[in-house]
Design a protein around this ligand. Structure first.
Ligand code: SAM
Ligand code: F3S
Length: 639
């Protein structure tokens, strides 16, 4: 209804004639009429260098854009709409259906399809009637607008004024600055060699680290299966033809773990077996060519930005190359479906990369600059998951509150959350990770106002001392953190709050560490991921001379862990006697007649029941007992 009101107001201010019976719209209300700002052209990241996310798309490797458009008669109307797109909860597709003057695309939400760059300036082009030549030319990277996927551009043509949304880009990763090495002829055999085409190949994937890495592994698995490489059904990994190690480099001696994992597979290869060895993820990005030098049996080293391009890269491997793909890459929309581990809960990326510069963290240099997906493609993916029977979706971003700030016009995470929260049939929405510097009350309101968005927040605080926070480069204070916590407690009183913390950061004194314990006492977190500071390559803090000794770090870690366990237990104890809605996720491996699921807060609950009947169901469970990290209960209703 409010969209219709907005359209009416646009009609009044611009002279646009509102159709008599507009299409019924699903999209939620609109409220901002702020003027669009020009998006910042570049983002400082990758320690010391400035990488322009827009420039990752170059005219050599980019082949085509997939675009939608809205055709309008006046510039004033186009400006008005642009400012409303900036405002938030408005989907391009739905406005196109309402307002576009292009009869050919209006019904399809403005969808035009792929516009290739090679023939953009051809004078006779199949798209001439839809997108005149000057519009197509303006889209070619490096020649026209400095644009990236998700942007909405305004371009005039003989047909009127076009608002053009760049939905996706086709990039040929084989054309990029990735390095190829000719594998030594006949020395070792790789499984993806064309001479093996008659053989059924099997893959294994070992995934380390965060949820984002797990989702990357699911995306890699999806592509391998689309190449007809099947999952290994044998427990013995040594039987896999294609071995993928998806690495994490956030802590400790990640590189060493990689070499020891690869060792046995490298030996198989040296002994004459045909095996393809792939190192993916953050260690791959960090070590690059070095991995090939230390372990020449490896076929492919690929950074996280290539997770959905493994098929293209393996083609190069099949042609007799060893490939290192670690150059900053534009992350195209998912071209294949992930092969998801769960049939109930799914992860969905909404923003890749991170533009922050926390002094301890390697992520910005391994996962690259922020790249937000379009709201349209995120919502489509969520709707498809619901159709496939998924009940819960966790939205992923290293700094999820940054969602949309790289798009032009900019978008807000809270608006996206409201839209996803209103998807019909989606029972539960979660999101990680919130950054206290950027997290707004609007996000807390979205949680409070959308019943399907779980009452659960994950907001790392890293330290409870302002001096340490400053040195970490976190951009927030303890007071700001506590303001967020107070706002959550006020608006969503029963919400769980979890966090990450680092102890033993360079120069941290005993008093500063005690401040961290004090913050933990004040908030009483539901659980905290605790870690002793670990110097990481390519991070500023690793170079500092005021490193603490291992004994001090480990002592502080033990003390903080004790407090963490105490609070986790106290928080869960309050649940005893309550009845909670539990989404059943799996079988209790220790007690096969029991299942487990989670409350909206994220607490694990075990109760009697058969997984064959209950998987994916949401049931009422009375909580009978609590322990530090889990609850047990009994199901009240039977299915
Ligand atoms: N972007 C997310 C965030 O802000 O929390 C995730 C970053 S990182 C993958 C997850 C956690 O790892 C961080 O919150 C931090 O506590 C921890 N971490 C990162 N670098 C670390 C380091 N060098 N030593 C110890 N812990 C670290
Ligand atoms: Fe980004 Fe790492 Fe800080 S992922 S927000 S630089 S903790």
């Amino acid at each position: 209804m409010r969209l219709l009101l907005l359209l009416a107001s646009i009609a009044l201010t611009t002279g646009w004639k509102m159709p008599l019976s507009p299409h019924s719209l699903k999209c939620p209300p609109l409220y901002s009429t702020k003027q669009p700002k020009t998006a910042k052209p570049s983002f400082p990241t990758l320690r010391g260098t400035t990488v322009n996310a827009r420039k990752i798309v170059d005219s050599r490797s980019a082949k085509a854009y997939r675009v939608r458009h809205i055709l309008l008669q006046t510039e004033q109307l186009a400006e008005e709409l642009l400012s409303n797109f900036r405002g938030g909860e408005m989907l391009f597709t739905e406005v196109a259906m309402q307002m576009s003057d292009c009869e050919l695309t209006k019904e399809k939400g403005g969808e035009i399809g792929w516009v290739d760059f090679a023939s953009a300036s051809n004078s006779e082009h199949a798209l001439d009637d839809l997108l005149p030549k000057n519009v197509r030319e303006a889209l070619v990277p490096g020649q026209g607008m400095d644009a990236k996927t998700g942007d909405i551009l305004k371009i005039k043509s003989s047909r009127g004024v076009h608002l053009i949304q760049l939905c996706d880009i086709m990039v040929d990763v084989r054309e990029r600055g990735k390095k190829r090495f000719r594998a030594e002829e006949n020395k070792w055999r790789t499984a993806v060699d064309p001479s093996n085409s008659g053989k059924q190949l099997h893959y294994s994937i070992e995934s380390m680290g965060c949820q984002m890495n797990s989702l990357d592994s699911e995306r890699i698995a999806g592509q391998l299966e689309s190449m007809n490489i099947l999952p290994l059904d044998d427990e013995d990994e040594k039987k896999a033809d294609v071995v993928v190690l998806n690495t994490c480099s956030i802590r400790d001696h990640a590189e060493q773990k990689v070499y020891s994992y690869i060792g046995p597979h490298a030996k198989r290869k040296r002994d004459g077996e045909s095996v393809s060895i792939i190192v993916a993820g953050c260690v791959a990005e960090q070590e690059g060519e070095q991995l090939l030098r230390r372990c020449p049996e490896v076929d492919l080293v690929m950074g996280p930005q290539y997770a959905n391009r493994i098929a293209d890269l393996l083609e190069d491997v099949g042609n007799g190359n060893q490939v290192v793909a670690t150059a900053p890459e534009y992350i195209v929309e998912d071209i294949t479906k992930p092969k998801r581990d769960s049939t109930t809960c799914a992860w969905v990326n909404i923003i890749y990369g991170c533009n922050e510069r926390c002094a301890f963290c390697i992520v910005p240099s391994t996962r690259g600059v922020e790249q937000s997906r379009t709201a349209e493609s995120i919502i489509k993916e969520c709707e498809e998951l619901v159709k496939d029977g998924y009940k819960e979706i966790t939205l992923l971003g290293q700094n999820i509150d940054a969602y949309g700030r790289d798009l032009s016009p900019k978008r807000k995470f809270s608006d996206l959350l409201n839209m996803i929260g209103s998807i019909e049939g989606l029972e539960r929405v979660r999101f990680v990770t919130s950054h206290p510097r950027y997290m707004s009350d609007r996000v807390i309101d979205a949680v409070a106002n959308n019943p399907s968005v779980c009452d659960s927040f994950h907001i790392p605080f890293q330290s409870g001392n302002d001096k340490v926070l400053r040195e970490m480069g976190r951009g927030h204070t303890v007071a700001k953190y506590l303001r967020i916590v107070n706002s959550i407690r006020e608006k969503v009183p029963d919400a769980s709050i979890t966090a990450d913390v680092i102890v033993g950061f360079p120069g941290e004194t005993e008093e500063e560490f005690l401040d961290t314990l004090k913050l933990m006492e004040t908030v009483k977190f539901d659980s905290v991921n605790t870690a002793a500071y670990s110097p990481r390559p390519n991070t500023p803090a690793a170079e500092w001379t005021n490193q603490l000794d291992e004994e001090t770090k480990s002592d502080r870690l033990q003390r903080i862990n004790r407090l963490n366990l105490q609070h986790a237990g106290e928080r869960r104890a309050r649940m005893v006697g309550r009845t909670e809605k539990i989404l059943v996720e799996g079988r209790n491996v220790k007690k096969p007649n029991q299942v487990y699921g989670r409350t909206g807060h994220g607490y694990i609950v075990y109760f009697d029941g058969m997984i064959e009947e209950l998987l994916g169901a949401i049931v009422d469970v009375k909580i009978l007992e609590s322990s530090t990290y889990s609850l047990t209960g009994e199901m009240l209703d039977s299915l």
